[in-house]
Structure formats: structure tokens, C-alpha cells
Design a binder for this molecule. Sequence first.
Ligand SMILES: Nc1ncnc2c1ncn2[C@@H]1O[C@H](COP(=O)(O)O)[C@@H](OP(=O)(O)O)[C@H]1O
Ligand SMILES: [Mg+2]
Length: 241
Amino acid sequence: MLTFIDYGNSKGGAKGRIWAIDPIDGTKGFLRGGQYAVCLALMVDGDVKVGVLGCPNLPIDDAAPLSGGMESGQTDEGKGCLFSGVLGQGAVSRPLTTGALAASQKISMKAITDIAAATFCESVEAGHSSHGDQAEIAKKLGITNPSVRMDSQAKYASIARGAGDIYLRLPVKATYQEKIWDHAAGDLIVREAGGAVTDIHGKRLDFSIGRTLADNKGVVAAPTGGHAQVLAVVQEVLKIK
Ligand SMILES: Nc1ncnc2c1ncn2[C@@H]1O[C@H](COP(=O)(O)O)[C@@H](OP(=O)(O)O)[C@H]1O
Ligand SMILES: [Mg+2]
């Protein structure tokens, strides 16, 4: 398996079929027994067509509320969830049960009726996403729910199934370029579940450039109906408009 993974030396780009894999995304979450994700995405000519996220430590139940400590939620049925999205065909979740493979069910983001009641997801690592900027954005939006911190693309999966509402990843270092394997599957699954995903400038994430999202900074993911409002406050706080 490790040898196979080492064959992964594609430079990415805008031509051909490219698989982006992150065998353990959220390495620190994996090590601390928190959230992590096994991520796979198929890109064709730079566009993500299929995305899969295995999240072994998320609750089986799509309706389970987001909270810290979810990773200890082993039930008799099992634990964890497999999420997938196919471009133009929606997104589904499938419980990782202890028994036979369970059926998949359609997932969708919660429509935002009152942004002040929304819940944010953000990285545990302050070095990956600016917690301070995010707190200021939440305050300006009138959000009082504490943000839920979790490692990995489990954040994309959680908002896609309506367990949380908004995922912000705000740049800490101007020079850091996000990696395609950290975002390709989650970006598609959220969009197929009724969300909008852009960077802090309002640009769609561009997976066609190479191994990194060289033309993007940060991530703003929210239900389509609330994305513009969130983005406007992100830009106000980051003083980029
Ligand atoms: N300075 C930085 N800013 C943003 N992301 C970073 C970063 N340094 C590392 N990362 C990426 O953040 C990913 C984890 O994201 P999160 O904080 O959402 O859990 C890491 O994936 P790996 O854990 O696969 O290495 C790594 O690729
Ligand atoms: Mg990763």
C-alpha cells in the first residue's frame, strides 16, 4: 500500500485524469484521536468530478449535532461515515457500520434562514487558519454559537450534511499555498450538497494549476443562500475590499 502511494508523483494540472489522494488528512487529529479523513478525488482536465471522504470518527447519524468529543461516539451500529459526491449528481453519506455495507442517503446543507444562528467549523490548528479573524467575523455576523474545531476535511463533510453551517479557513501566512488533496473532495461534496465554496476573494477553488491552489487564498464554504453575506464580512475583517 505504501509503495503504491509513493507512485503518486503527478504534477497535477489542467489535462487528463488525475487522482488526488490524502491517505490521512488531519494527521494531527489522527494522532490525538480526533477527526481525520481519508480523501480521494478524481479530476478530469482540472475539474473535480468525483470526491470521496472517509471520516471514521464522525457520528454515523447525519443529524447528530456538531460538538467537541464526537470522536468517542461509538454506537452498537458502528462509527464513522463515508461521504461522496459526483459532479451534477448530488452528494450522499453512508454509515460505516459494524455489519454489512449500509445504504447511502442523500445529504444536503442546511438552508440559512438566520445567519446569527449558524455554527462555524474551523481547524484545530491555529497555524492552519486564523482563529482570531474568524472570531471577529462570527461576532460581526451576530453568531454566538461557539465555533466547532476539528481537524481534516471532516469539516467539509460536516457542513455538507447540515451538522454545521459554515467552514472558514483564513490564511495565516501569505505565502502558504493550499494543497489540492486537502480540498478537492470536500469542495465537490459541499457544492453538490447545495453549498458554495470560494476563496477569500470570492473565486472558485481552481484545481487545474498543479499540486497547489496557487491562485486561491483561504476557503469560505457556506450554503449558497448565505455565502455572499459571509464573504462580505470575511473581506471586511481581512480588509481586502
Ligand atoms: N500553514 C498552513 N496553512 C494551512 N494549511 C496547512 C498549513 N500547514 C499545513 N497545512 C495543511 O493543513 C492540513 C490539515 O488541515 P486542518 O487544519 O483542516 O486539519 C494538513 O494536511 P495533513 O494533515 O494531511 O498533513 C496540511 O496539508
Ligand atoms: Mg491533508
